[in-house]
Design a protein around this ligand. Sequence first.
Ligand code: NDP
Ligand code: TDO
Ligand code: MG
Length: 299
Amino acid sequence: MSVRPRILLTGGSGQVGWELRRSLLALGEVIEPDRERYDLCRPERLARLIRDLKPRWVVNPAAYTAVDKAESEPERCQRINAIAPAVLAEAAHAVGAGFIHFSTDYVFDGAKHSPYTEDDPTAPLNWYGTTKLEGEQAVADVSRDGAWLVLRTGWVYGGRGHNFVRTMQRLMSEKTQLTVVDDQIGAPTWARSIADVAAQVLAYCQSPSAMAEYAGVYHVSCAGATSWYGFASRIRDRLLAAGMEAVAELSPTDSAGYPTPAARSPYSVLDNSKLARRFGLVLPPWEEAFMLAAPEFGL
Ligand SMILES: NC(=O)C1=CN([C@@H]2O[C@H](COP(=O)(O)OP(=O)(O)OC[C@H]3O[C@@H](n4cnc5c(N)ncnc54)[C@H](OP(=O)(O)O)[C@@H]3O)[C@@H](O)[C@H]2O)C=CC1
Ligand SMILES: Cc1cn([C@H]2C[C@H](O)[C@@H](COP(=O)(O)OP(=O)(O)O[C@H]3O[C@@H](C)C(=O)[C@@H](O)[C@H]3O)O2)c(=O)[nH]c1=O
Ligand SMILES: [Mg+2]
């Protein structure tokens, strides 16, 4: 009788974690430690659980994702985004489990004008990005020649959790006029697309020892690019098409016209060709993914 492999999943209440719950089901027994009983500010408890359960895979989409708040909560952000991934990856390595971690386009400063590859130099502009980069590097370091993947994505939205789509939906119904930045360019990415890729990569690898051959950083974002203003315009179109009557007018501004505590990259489009080369996986254009996702937002 074959035993279903154990998959330990963190962050199941978040955007990507929620989708991973579903996409990982086909691959094994998904174990989600009770959030009441662990806090990634103190990851040792979870590391102990990894040592006890000896899962085949540890999948870690949990993170501190409040980009602006991170500037005034630096220590908490660093514990969750940099220290916890290292402790979990170390435990995974110790029991021979494969570790999948997630990171962000905000590790780049945006000075480039063409999509970033995994080999491009990193230079985060804000604290969130700084801690995410530390997390990536720590995972690579402690995993040594073991099985680990860092999937870097960007501009994530999904039916669960906080995201730009929800924020725009709310503001467009509450206000008559909205100003949105048009000088930050990226690729809106549906959480479900990311979770599907993660599951397909695991299915492809089958075993941690096979994953070790593919260990590294991979860019995983929807194809194409737009500005936040461009994305907001598309959200507005859907609201109008869904019959909403009082929808705020939109106007573009530069970043100086919408000051925020954390600086954001002017350009953070990711080149996904390594994912296609190594695993044969391609994500849809962001507009197509957004059409598919729209019903999750009642659109
Ligand atoms: N959101 C985005 O636009 C982007 C995200 N990413 C990366 O993708 C990954 C997934 O992001 P996303 O799904 O959006 O994240 P969310 O913010 O939607 O979810 C974060 C998850 O982490 C959990 N979490 C936060 N703090 C703790 C803690 N102290 N202890 C235990 N669990 C905790 C949350 O649980 P709880 O709710 O119970 O606190 C939640 O389940 C992250 O690595 C993120 O950095 C990359 C690019 C863009
Ligand atoms: C609400 C609002 C935001 N904005 C701007 C602020 C900011 O520059 C941009 C996006 O705002 P948000 O705060 O929603 O997005 P932000 O938190 O920067 O999103 C980031 O989250 C982290 C977790 C990531 O990893 C990144 O890939 C990215 O998705 O839009 C406006 O211009 N007008 C508005 O009314
Ligand atoms: Mg945000």
